[in-house]
Design a protein around this ligand. Structure first.
Ligand code: TRP
Length: 465
């Protein structure tokens, strides 16, 4: 029964929830530094192409599978295919659990930074490596973050996820616009914008193409059934294709805006030299507090705390979606009551996230956990990178490839088309044709190839590109 599982009350509620899932640390933390490393605007062009040409058809498929079956990923594949296909759903649920286990750790950092900056502690940027080793402090922020996430998910779809998204997403948007307006007034802002928007195609290589694709997929929350799950709470009045387009558009817009906000800050700090962008993952946690400090004590606290609150809100609507997937599985398949499923899962995921928490300097064996082959060389990486490699770099593209194969060759595109026709007015036939073509050929081939080359390169050092 659909109603006892819960449903989104409004169209915009679903779109905001799904966009909330998509907009996260990926957009605001990862996207800008990937742009920095991948040749500025050249990366942006690739990213946009992948989002619309490759990811959008997968998104439509996921939502359609969810709405058709009104079930969690495991139940959905079982219902539409044969029992064996439910392995795609299971893979997705495992990926979700693993992603949330480390994602929550980083979300905890973001929230901890908010608390530090509110108190005027700008030195936190320089202390970042030490900060993340204070495991009781950082662990406590992780617990707070997981608790808030679980609280929202425990309230169900309309009363929890939808309501939270309707508050958090508009707030996030206002904060980002406010910060952009401010950052553009800074000295050197134009240098930052130039770096961001003038493409340097010479920076494009295999590695960049591949991280743009991975980023697009991760950022849109695809490949693990998060949108199958959200789709299962969508009513038959909703236009799936239009919703998917709006979700994609919102996600890329927020990523784009995050760049507009961050690059002027970096340019200001570096007097236009854009040095900080090479800092990779440290861009936000190490470089930005210094920028806020230079704005003076009062303004710095205001701008800086708004920034880290924004980051925390973005992460929160994503952790909610990550938790909802295993919860929906337990509720539908194992008949466990939502509150038990939520709090049990949250605790379990927090616990398996502990090695990720400890692997940032605190425990040596987890900090230097394994050798991963990246950018042409073997690099010693921590446990968190290992989980990210398995779950998001490997499982998501495999999941995406299998979902497309499933839709095209098991469920069949005419059934997909039938489902997406429901609630869809003014359909553009060419869009349907493209979606069919993409899930039948482009997505399985490219996503499958990405999964295989990732495994060969990262684990075995065999570089194809
Ligand atoms: N898309 C989110 C981000 O960009 C992360 C995320 C939330 C996610 N749910 C997901 C990624 C499901 C993959 C699958 O930060």
């Amino acid at each position: 029964m659909a109603t006892s599982r819960g449903q989104f009350n409004t169209r915009i509620g679903f779109i905001l929830a799904a966009a909330g899932s998509a907009v996260g640390l990926g957009n605001i933390w990862k996207f800008p530094f990937e742009v920095g490393q991948g040749g500025g605007a050249a990366f942006v062009v690739l990213y946009l192409t992948f989002c619309f040409m490759l990811c959008f058809p997968v998104m439509v498929s996921e939502i359609a599978i969810g709405r058709k079956t009104q079930l969690n990923p495991v139940g959905a594949f079982k219902k539409l295919g044969h029992g064996n296909w439910s392995i795609i759903g299971l893979l997705g649920i495992i990926a979700g659990v693993l992603i949330l286990s480390f994602y929550n750790v980083v979300a905890g950092w973001a929230f901890g930074y908010f608390v530090e900056i509110v108190q005027g502690n700008f030195g936190i940027g320089e202390q970042f490596p030490e900060y993340i080793q204070q495991i009781f402090k950082v662990g406590a922020y992780g617990i707070i973050f997981m608790t808030v996430t679980a609280f929202i998910v425990s309230k169900g779809i309309a009363g929890g996820i939808e309501k939270a998204s309707k508050i958090l997403m508009p707030t996030l948007f206002i904060m980002i616009i406010g910060l952009i307006a401010y950052s553009l007034t800074l000295d050197g802002a134009m240098e930052g914008i130039k770096f961001y928007l003038v493409p340097d195609f010479s920076e494009i290589n295999g590695e960049v193409v591949y991280s743009a694709l991975g980023q697009a997929f991760f950022s849109l929350s695809l490949g693990m059934g998060a949108l199958i799950t959200y789709g299962s709470y969508v009513s038959k009045q909703q236009n799936i294709v239009r919703s998917a387009a709006l979700i994609t558009l919102t996600d890329v817009s927020i990523a784009f805006l995050a760049g507009l906000m961050i690059f002027p800050f970096v340019a200001y700090l570096s007097n236009g030299s854009m040095e900080g962008v090479a800092g990779g993952p440290g861009l936000i946690f190490m470089t930005l507090p210094g920028v806020f400090e230079s704005l003076g004590p009062t303004l710095g606290v205001v701008i800086g705390s708004v920034f880290f609150l924004l980051l925390s809100f973005a992460a929160l609507t994503s952790t909610v979606s990550l938790l909802e997937v295993p919860v929906a599985y337990l509720v539908d398949e194992k008949k466990i009551k939502r509150p038990y499923a939520v709090w049990g899962m949250a605790l379990f995921i927090f616990v398996i996230g502990i090695p990720s928490l400890l692997g940032n300097g605190y425990v040596e064996s987890l900090t230097s956990f394994m050798e991963i082959h990246k950018e042409g060389e073997w690099q010693t990486k921590g446990f968190m990178d290992f989980v990210e490699l398995i779950a998001s770099d490997t499982f998501l593209p495999i999941g995406g490839a299998l979902i497309s194969i499933f839709v095209a060759y098991v469920w069949k595109t005419n059934n997909l088309n039938e489902e997406i026709a429901i609630g869809r007015e003014n359909a553009i036939p060419l869009v349907t044709k493209y979606i069919n073509f993409a899930v039948s050929f482009i997505c399985p081939v490219i996503l499958g190839a990405i999964a295989i080359t990732t495994i060969l390169d990262r684990f075995f050092g065999v570089q194809i590109f």
